[in-house]
Ligand binder design. Structure first.
Ligand code: IPM
Ligand code: MG
Length: 358
């Protein structure tokens, strides 16, 4: 197959980790007889520096014309002082919205070779942890109305709005139900329905939709505060976790840490077409940028998800996942997942070893 991939390397460690993923994709192409072409594009802080805005129109246009998009990470202290709508993160939110990517899948799994990397006691995780967070990605408080004002009594004031429509809730529920059908048949839907009106609509809609169209899927509700606690108390109870944009942002970091390192967690963002955006869930880690110590595995696994979920290449997905597992079993570790007796390597070498294991 011929595929054209847009690459948004971004800021901080973004260029190093995406270079690693591209190296692995090139090895896959050579091994399985595909032609992948890569088009670097600017988004985030690097775009602010080059063109004065986090998401140039050219980038949106070219991403939409690509077969899929690979993204590193954006942001850094250099741009922290900028107003909200000029920040690098605005570029990321903008591209998600422009491509209509309402469905964000974040699988947090405990790798066999990294069983000891979990900060939880062994008996809590030895049954195996695999939590698939299905996060709504283009709605909620991230995109609701916001503003600042001066309140007569309270002085300087700022506000953001959590807002969801039935349509937005239904389409993400469908994604979670279809995933659950291929797995345990169980979904835990997370909300704050004891306080928020938007969560009450969320809960009602999820149940009505799932009951009507996916009667074989069981939906249980959990309040977000309880869910945050349950993830560290007994992460093995979860399979598919369905939630809103902001709760999904928070719970996916927590689930990632429970499985060892946020440096291992990839994500796919899709809408109604096969052109998606694939990225690690971690940030741009400016403190370690340019030192060749970052963990490229999350981005490499994101590239694998692209092959499977956008291009239908299941063999190639399995080949990358297998190569990651093998490289870990050989004892190679980046600093974030290093444990006693293991061999420490940098970002570049980790990617090369994974590519060699394809
Ligand atoms: C993520 C990140 C982003 C988000 C930031 C960088 C805007 O934390 O992808 O989880 O909040 O969605
Ligand atoms: Mg996040």
């Amino acid at each position: 197959m011929k595929k054209h991939i847009a690459v948004l390397a971004g800021d901080g460690i973004g260029p190093e980790i995406t270079a690693g993923a591209v190296e692995v994709l090139k090895k896959v192409a050579a091994t399985y007889g595909h032609t992948f072409t890569f088009e670097p594009l600017l988004m985030g802080g690097c775009a602010i520096d080059a063109c004065g805005e986090p998401l140039p129109a050219h980038t949106v246009e070219r991403c939409l014309a690509s077969d899929s998009v690979l993204l590193g990470a954006v942001g850094g202290p250099k741009w922290d002082g900028l107003p909200g709508d000029k920040r690098p993160e605005k570029g990321l939110l903008g591209i998600r919205k422009a491509m209509g990517l309402y469905s964000n899948i974040r699988p947090a799994k405990l790798w066999r070779a990294l069983a000891d990397a979990s900060p939880l006691k062994r008996e809590l995780v030895e049954k195996g942890v695999e939590i698939i967070v299905v996060r709504e990605l283009t709605g909620g408080i991230y995109f609701g109305e916001r503003g600042t004002c001066t309140d007569a009594d309270m002085g300087e004031t700022a506000w953001d709005t959590e807002k969801y429509s039935v349509k937005e809730i239904e389409r993400i529920t469908r994604i979670a139900c279809e995933l659950a059908q291929k797995r345990s048949g169980r979904i835990v839907s997370v909300d704050k329905a004891n306080v928020l009106e938007s969560s009450r609509l969320w809960r009602r809609t999820v149940h009505a939709f799932a009951t009507k169209y996916y009667p074989d899927v069981t939906v249980a509700d959990m309040l977000v505060d309880n869910c945050a606690m349950q993830i560290v108390k007994d992460p093995t109870q979860f399979d598919v976790l369905l939630t809103s944009n902001m709760f999904g942002d928070i719970l996916s970091d927590e689930a990632a840490q429970v499985t060892g390192s946020i440096g291992m967690l990839a994500s796919s963002s899709l809408g109604d077409t096969t052109c998606g955006l694939y990225e690690p869930i971690h940030g741009s880690a400016p403190d370690i940028a340019g030192r060749d110590v970052a963990n490229p595995i999350a981005t490499i696994l994101a590239a694998a998800m692209m092959l499977r979920d956008s291009f239908g290449m299941t063999r190639e997905y399995a080949a990358i996942e297998g190569a990651v597992e093998r490289t870990l079993e050989e004892g190679w570790r980046t600093a974030d997942i290093l444990s006693e007796g293991m061999k420490k390597i940098g970002c570049h070498e980790m990617a090369r070893r994974i590519a060699d294991n394809i």
